[in-house]
Write a protein that binds this ligand. Structure first.
Ligand code: SAH
Length: 201
């Protein structure tokens, strides 16, 4: 498996060795437009098509680690964008369902994932605010697009013992990454870090 030295530097603080390995195995340059290739490994979000962005790489690594991945678990991702986060999740989970509202972005992401030989990621074009009930329940859920308030539909589709990581906050402002853990009918939430993500369309 390849390992990109730039990715090793960006994920050096991640404790989970499996997450570091999966993160370092994916070439971020495959997921950005040609016009952005010169700073592909800068630790910042970069513009892709349709006014979307590919997330900041160190944050991708951090959010992935917060999911506490394991190879037998199934994950739902909201906001496929370039498919970069999807490709990393595919290396750590049994199965990834990813939902994108833009048909163009979803089809570009799907083509890239196929090109990389990733067969356990399933791309859907839909409004991710509603999750993807067709394949629920999920062991893990990650949103890479900001929800204005608690993502109830995603929490409903999360199985018992599951973890959901999502940026929550009003469009235009700073949001907070919240970690939700479901225990039976109870959901515990923990506010973790301030971030700025695109908001749900
Ligand atoms: N994880 C992506 C970055 C996502 S940027 C990556 O690694 O490249 C946020 C994405 O959420 C954008 O692609 C945007 O089109 C998508 N999005 C916005 N509103 C959405 C909605 N209602 N449902 C699903 N996706 C949405």
């Amino acid at each position: 498996m390849p390992s990109f030295p730039e990715a090793e530097a960006l994920s050096a603080e991640i404790q989970n060795a499996e997450v570091r390995k999966a993160f370092c195995a994916i070439d971020r340059s495959l997921f950005v437009p040609d016009s952005q290739r010169h700073h592909v490994w800068a630790d910042m979000p970069l513009p892709i098509e349709e006014g979307a962005t590919i997330s900041q790489p160190s944050l991708v690594a951090r959010m992935t680690a917060l999911l506490e991945p394991a190879p037998h678990l199934r994950v739902l991702e909201i906001g496929t964008g370039s498919g970069y986060q999807t490709a990393i999740l595919a290396g750590l989970f049994a199965d990834v369902h990813t939902v994108e509202i833009s048909r163009l972005l979803a089809s570009n992401a799907q083509a890239r994932l196929r090109q990389l030989g990733i067969a356990n990621a399933h791309c859907h074009v839909a409004d991710g605010a509603k999750g993807w009930p067709e394949a629920a329940p999920y062991d893990r859920v990650i949103a890479t697009v900001a929800f204005p308030s608690q993502p109830d539909a995603l929490l409903y589709q999360l199985g018992d013992g599951g973890i959901c990581i999502a940026p929550v906050g009003q469009p235009g402002g700073t949001q907070t990454i919240i970690r939700y853990r479901k225990h039976g009918t109870e959901t515990e939430s923990q506010r973790l870090l301030p971030v700025r993500f695109l908001s749900l369309r």
